[in-house]
Design a protein around this ligand. Structure first.
Ligand code: SF4
Length: 349
């Protein structure tokens, strides 16, 4: 009707392709990967008529994610199709050094972990040690060639990568809850640790941050996270789609459940639904804005669907829940972090 009324003045906005390598949108590519059961990047380029032989820096990370999220058993992650921080497993800083953030489950640490972090900071001349907004400790200014040895030292103390650089599960922030706080209604720290141990290592379309507060006073700031749980006397209120970055947004209520087990199930199922349907680089709040919270509630409200999502997430975790620091600190792989030889010295002789 609009087209008839407005004539040439009316034009539907054209769907944006992923990049110049194809006319297909993210949604087209995702649908066709599933429909045609494509299991590799070359199969995508070939079967979907890519104009370039190997994709580009825009489409390769997206296609890499779609393939690993939809076929974790058949497809192996391609590090060369990842952004530099994910390839290096550390965030590159403006002076070319890196930041290292060990994982602290639910924001809890110990004297021995802190000692190991302090030892690493001294041994590798780390200029800045900072506490992050996600309740972790950030070692800033690490030289690239020191990364593998530092990771090995931290691993030896039981610390693994905090994935502070990844499009994946980052942190689960918690308050002290019933363990220490007189207002606490549930064990918010315990739930945060349980969630982080279940979700760590998973790749997602964009970074994912969680928080659990022990009561509506909300000391863990759960209401501005991708998934935020606020404990109350009668259970757990799960909110989704919060943001506190370029956009600031309060979570919307997904569900209220009575038990900790249900809170974990709903959270894992939500993350898997996001992994299976969101466009690469859409945070959950952006994805929710497209599909609508009602559709998510309806989908997750079906117990069989919810459990199937959890099963698929757990299956993926059997492959991807690994510590990249432990893998990269071995001597053969550590060579990739060595500085490039200074060839100008030989030329000057
Ligand atoms: S959110 Fe509630 S339970 Fe948690 S620390 Fe604050 S007041 Fe205590």
């Amino acid at each position: 009707m609009l087209a008839v009324t407005l004539g040439d003045a009316f034009a539907m906005p054209a769907a944006q392709p992923i990049c110049g390598c194809t006319d297909l949108t993210h949604e087209d590519v995702r649908r066709l990967i599933k429909a045609r059961e494509l299991k590799s990047q070359p199969a995508v380029w070939q079967e979907l008529g890519w104009r370039t032989p190997n994709g580009c820096h825009v489409c390769r990370p997206a296609v890499n994610f779609y393939l690993l999220a939809d076929g974790p058993l058949e497809y192996q992650d391609d590090p060369q199709s990842r952004f530099v921080n994910e390839r290096k497993h550390a965030n590159i800083q403006k002076d070319g050094t890196f930041s290292v953030v060990p994982r602290m489950w639910g924001g809890i640490t110990s004297a021995s972990e802190l000692r190991a972090i302090a030892d690493a900071a001294e041994k590798y001349d780390v200029p800045t040690v900072k506490v992050t907004g996600g309740q972790r400790i950030d070692l800033l200014g690490v030289k690239g060639e020191d990364l593998p040895a530092m990771w090995a030292d931290l691993n030896a103390a039981g610390l693994v990568s905090g994935h502070a650089y990844s499009k994946g599960l980052r942190t689960v922030k918690t308050c002290v809850g019933t363990d220490h706080c007189r207002f606490g209604t549930q064990d918010s720290t315990g739930l945060g640790i349980r969630l982080e141990k279940r979700l760590w290592g998973s790749w997602t379309p964009h970074k994912v941050k969680l928080a659990v507060s022990g009561c509506p006073r909300n000391c863990a700031e759960a209401t501005c996270k991708d998934v935020g749980i606020v404990c109350v006397d009668s259970g757990y209120e799960i909110g989704v789609g919060g943001a506190a970055g370029m956009d600031v947004k309060e979570v919307e209520r997904l569900v209220k459940v009575a038990t900790e087990g249900e809170a974990v199930e709903w959270t894992v199922a939500f993350v898997q639904l996001y992994r299976e349907h969101a466009r690469y680089l859409d945070r959950p709040y952006k994805w929710l804005g497209k599909v609508g919270l009602d559709w998510v509630k309806e989908t997750l409200g079906d117990a069989a669907t919810r459990r199937a999502l959890v099963e698929r997430f757990d299956l993926s975790q059997t492959i991807y829940q690994t510590d990249p620091w432990a893998e990269l600190a071995v001597r053969e792989k550590a060579r990739a972090f060595a500085p490039i030889a200074d060839l100008t010295l030989e030329a000057a002789q």
